[in-house]
Design a binder for this molecule. Structure first.
Ligand code: SAH
Length: 362
């Protein structure tokens, strides 16, 4: 018997698999082969969320598709819009889990920030997602569905086309390789979002970085460095104990030497924690060997900590020190902090239907 669990998810198959599966399925039911391309056009180009919307297909075929396949389409639980145009979508997955994605418009781009896990197991001390704990892995279809849903919303609400995708939402993408890598293939080959316009952000999962170094496509890598030495980094990021900085840097060298793949280092600027003047120099020494950008992210306040963002003066000091050493460094201005959509603030909060997350000071 075909159940929801065994029905293949057409949104979560890599394009070659989706095509082969459809070819067999339609062939066995006597449909002409040009229907394969029609279905795939609906999936990849038309944002159709279910076969019911595939209006150029015969009704019988639509019914057969609906019966045999899943088309993962999470329900929108809440949409929040910031004064700066940033929009956060809270999605409810079929089992009730909640995840978030964020649309960030600028003059030249529309970036979609998506989640790779429900919650996060990394427990970085400065990040609200980590404090709220880990729930479960997302499937490839659940990752891609955020793009499909956000793209449809953006088109319908005058935001235009999504130009860039960043895996900077909830979760650690390289801790979910079973879903991340297929999702990357689906987004780039199915939806034709160029690999260079897709960024995977990691806290430093070495095996995943090595795998990315070996990929022929030029997906971009962002590394949440946040500290230039092992001692400070391990206080902020528990994973530093498993993959200490020297090992992480070795993996990044492999990525860097693979060519054409510029790394972005992210460095959170927390007043009195990560912004001591001597750390600027140390940071420059660590990142200086890479063809890299450094994004300085002013700390976004989260519940449960007293930490504050660094002063403007300290931010410019860091930028100057890095630039003086020939390193491209920028301050990444927070977007959407009024709706808790900025980096580190995502924790899938709803006011009803779920107990608020308890965060103890530690
Ligand atoms: N797990 C991945 C993806 C999360 S991306 C990673 O760690 O890279 C979210 C980015 O926001 C990461 O660079 C993260 O370290 C940063 N971040 C987390 N909490 C933050 C906060 N409170 N203020 C500013 N940046 C934060």
């Amino acid at each position: 018997m075909i159940t929801a669990a065994t029905r293949p998810d057409l949104v979560g198959l890599v394009p070659e698999e989706a095509e082969a599966t459809l070819r067999t399925f339609l062939g066995e039911r006597g449909h002409p082969s040009y229907r394969v391309a029609q279905v795939l056009t609906w999936v990849y180009d038309q944002d159709s969320l279910s076969p019911g919307e595939m209006s150029n297909l015969p009704r019988a075929l639509r019914d057969q598709l609906a019966e045999a396949f899943q088309f993962t389409a999470p329900e929108v639980a809440k949409i929040s819009r910031s004064v700066d145009g940033t929009t956060k979508q809270l999605w409810r997955l079929p089992d009730g889990e909640l995840i978030e994605s964020v649309l960030i418009p600028t003059s030249s781009r529309l970036t979609l920030c998506i989640s790779s896990q429900a919650g996060c197991a990394m427990a970085c001390s400065f990040c609200a997602t980590g404090w709220a704990g880990y729930r479960r892995q997302l499937s490839p279809g659940e990752i891609v569905a955020q793009y499909r849903g956000a793209r449809r919303w953006a088109r319908e609400n005058g935001y235009g086309e999504i130009s860039n995708i960043v895996f900077m939402g909830m979760g650690e993408p390289l801790m979910n390789p079973k879903a991340l890598f297929p999702a990357l293939t689906i987004l780039s080959r199915g939806y034709r979002v160029g690999a260079r316009r897709i960024t995977v952000s990691t806290v430093g999962v070495v095996p995943g970085i090595l795998r990315m170094a070996e990929m022929p496509e030029q997906f971009r890598l962002a590394v949440s460095l946040h500290a230039p030495n092992h001692e400070l980094r391990q206080q902020l990021i528990p994973l530093e104990k498993k993959y200490p900085l020297p090992e992480l840097l070795d993996a990044l060298r492999r990525f860097d030497h693979a060519g054409g793949k510029r790394i972005t280092f992210e460095y959170v600027m927390i007043d009195g924690v990560t912004d001591a003047p001597e750390l600027a120099d140390e940071l420059a020494s660590v990142v200086g060997e890479f063809t890299a950008f450094v994004n300085l992210i002013p700390f976004n306040p989260i519940p449960g900590t007293e930490w504050r963002p660094s002063s403007r003066a300290r931010l410019s000091y860091f930028v100057q020190q890095l630039q003086a050493r020939g390193i491209s460094a920028f301050v990444r201005e927070s977007r959407g902090s009024d709706i808790a959509a900025a980096c580190g603030q995502l924790r899938a909060e709803v006011t009803q239907g779920r107990k608020p997350v308890q965060i103890s000071a530690r």
